[in-house]
Design a protein around this ligand. Structure first.
Ligand code: SAM
Length: 213
């Protein structure tokens, strides 16, 4: 019998997301809708709703569901924003952002992962523009962004990404630290001022690029 993914997803949202303090109903709804099992390799589908990151090939991972929810909530999206994601990976986070009614541009440095994610997102009906390249440099021709989400760990905040934030309240969420452990930072830009907040510890694969590792 096929696993009941709808039931597994609802249980994930309740136990791993809502009970851990994620309150934004739009974020909870988005996680309840995106079929996460479609974003993991076939042999790991039974684990798709477990409380853990999972391997997706190329030495990369799809992030833990709670981390996706925490980062998404931290962006404070209301719908209609232009959002840049750095690190498409499986495309799952991009699908969550698209569910929130944002225009999503997602950059991935690994061409094979990017192609797989683009095909998957299209098949599932998500309107996401997947770009192959070094996301540490952002996508200057599409800037400014109301939100930028980096889903790999950086040694420092890439200046190009900070510069591509909308000066009227653009928000950048990014893990910054060493190659193993990072702090999740939120930067909010108002004019030339940037407010920096620390949202807690996290573990991401390295952000590799000109303004990364
Ligand atoms: N957001 C993804 C998802 O929902 O499946 C998970 C991202 S995974 C933790 C990190 C991804 O960042 C990897 O796919 C990796 O290839 C990518 N990456 C690392 N450095 C990058 C860079 N400079 N530009 C774009 N992508 C990068």
């Amino acid at each position: 019998m096929a696993p009941d993914y709808d039931r597994m997803r609802a249980a994930m949202v309740e136990a791993q997301i809502r009970r851990r303090g994620i309150r934004d109903p739009r974020v909870l709804d988005a996680l309840a809708r995106v079929p996460r099992h479609e974003f993991v390799p076939a042999n790991l589908q039974a684990m798709a709703y477990d409380d853990t990151p999972l391997p997706i090939g190329g030495g990369q991972t799809i992030s833990q569901p709670y981390m996706v929810a925490l980062m998404t909530e931290a962006l404070g999206l209301r719908g209609g924003e232009k959002v840049l994601e750095v690190g498409t990976g499986s495309g799952y986070q991009a699908a969550v952002l698209a569910e929130l009614g944002c225009r999503v541009i997602s950059v991935e440095r690994d061409p094979e992962l990017a192609a797989q994610a683009a095909r998957r997102l299209e098949r599932l009906g998500y309107d996401v523009q997947v770009v192959v390249g070094d996301g540490t440099l952002g996508v200057p021709e599409e800037a400014p962004f109301q939100a930028i989400l980096v889903t790999a760990g950086a040694p420092r905040v890439p200046p190009s990404l900070e510069a591509q934030l909308d000066p009227q309240g653009g928000v950048l969420v990014i893990p910054v630290g060493d190659r193993g452990v990072q702090e999740l930072l939120r930067l909010t830009r108002r004019g030339n001022r940037v407010l920096r907040e620390d949202l807690g510890g996290c573990r991401f694969v390295p952000l590799v690029g000109k303004e990364g590792w």
